[in-house]
Design a protein around this ligand. Structure first.
Ligand code: SF4
Length: 375
């Protein structure tokens, strides 16, 4: 989410609004949507005022060079800013459902809080209603989205109802799916197309439970994965590349190949240098180049079992050349940057780059542009 400077009509509430062009507002108007017309000057603001005076509801104006048509924004009264909750032109979109979590992962990028934040679900549903053009995919994240209980199903149904062609990428630790009642409530009759992104950090409970700092989590997550599999759901297993996991990465990939060969894919991900990862720097801050043999071995093992896999958040110069075809540009548009060293790199267009906050944390390797790698 981006927060940008903007002027907007004084009567505009702090709810999600769709940004539209003046010439389209009448043809696209519907009572279910809150509209903000992107204006260029005060004459256009007067036209909106006139429409409102004539009884057109859910309408206001916004003025900002940083807001685009099709965006969904949340105005912040008295601050002269809006939160861009959905950027129409982005490739990656995310809905944030809760900051609560039942795990405490060593490298959590979004350290959990305990308070009641049910309003986030209302806000997410409101955002979904304002989106005009259905995106190819939309992410759901937290905290742990399963903690929102039946409200998660509400969100999934709302997305499917408004955007039936959109795939939902749902990031969950899967632990609560071991509860048959919760799983049934969530999965029975589910029509939305969901990919379940479930982290697994070890081949044995001692390692996984240590990384997520929650005894019993390994068994619960495995039960959750099996329950998803029973229902024919698409599962992506996620592995974050921090030291304790890298040390036993071969065992983990072997475990997945032997016991979970049905998973749709495995994502091996560089650690995001923010949140708890900063506090646990001693196990999270590493140079992936030092682990190239383990990464190559992991890929060979997964290949041997026929498990599709990919590397995410990993700049190409952090990977051995043979793994480049498996690297995907995964960092959300608003979080992604390149380093000054990237200037002139010949593979920049296909490289995921770095998290914007790497300056406060660390880079996943010493950045070396492609030309240097070839030499
Ligand atoms: S130098 Fe920059 S653009 Fe090139 S591979 Fe490394 S991170 Fe990517």
């Amino acid at each position: 989410m981006r927060r940008v400077a903007a002027n907007f009509s004084s009567w505009t509430s702090r709810r999600a609004h769709r940004v539209v062009a003046l010439e389209n507002v009448i043809s696209s108007w519907t009572p279910e949507v809150n509209f903000l017309v992107l204006i260029q000057d005060s004459a256009e603001a007067e036209q909106i005022l006139d429409l409102v005076a004539r009884g057109v509801g859910n309408l206001g104006w916004i003025e900002s060079p940083e807001v685009e048509l099709g965006d969904v924004v949340m105005p912040i009264s008295g601050k002269g800013t809006v939160d861009v909750s959905y950027r129409c032109s982005d490739v990656h979109h995310t809905l944030f459902l809760t900051n609560r979590c039942n795990s405490n992962c060593l490298m959590c990028s979004q350290p959990p809080t305990k308070g009641d934040d049910g309003w986030l679900v209302d806000e997410a549903i409101d955002i979904v209603r304002q989106i005009e053009y259905s995106p190819e995919s939309i992410g759901i994240t937290g905290g742990e989205p399963l903690l929102t209980g039946r409200r998660l199903r509400e969100v999934l149904d709302e997305i499917h109802h408004r955007h039936p062609t959109t795939r939902i990428d749902l990031l969950t630790n899967g632990r609560l799916l071991n509860n048959r009642e919760i799983a049934t409530g969530l999965l029975d009759g589910l029509e939305a197309s969901v990919a379940w992104l479930v982290p697994l950090y070890g081949h044995a409970h001692m390692l996984h439970d240590f990384v997520v700092q929650s005894p019993g989590a390994f068994e619960q997550t495995l039960e959750g994965i099996l329950r998803l599999q029973e229902r024919g759901q698409a599962i992506q297993v996620r592995i974050v590349l921090i030291e304790p996991i890298l040390e036993r990465l071969g065992d983990l990939c072997d475990f997945i190949g032997k016991n979970l060969p049905f998973v749709h894919e495995v994502a091996l991900m560089a650690c995001e240098p923010i949140g708890f990862a900063l506090a646990n720097k001693e196990v999270c801050d590493l140079d992936l180049k030092d682990w190239w043999p383990q990464l190559a071995q992991a890929s060979r093992t997964l290949r041997r079992y026929g498990v599709r896999h990919m590397f995410m958040n990993t700049p190409l110069c952090a990977l051995p050349r043979e793994l480049w075809p498996r690297a995907v540009r995964s960092i959300s548009d608003w979080k992604q940057v390149y380093a000054t060293e990237c200037q002139g790199c010949t593979v920049k267009d296909s490289c995921s780059g770095l998290f914007a906050w790497h300056e406060r944390g660390w880079k996943p390797t010493k950045i070396r542009k492609m030309k240097e790698i070839v030499e």
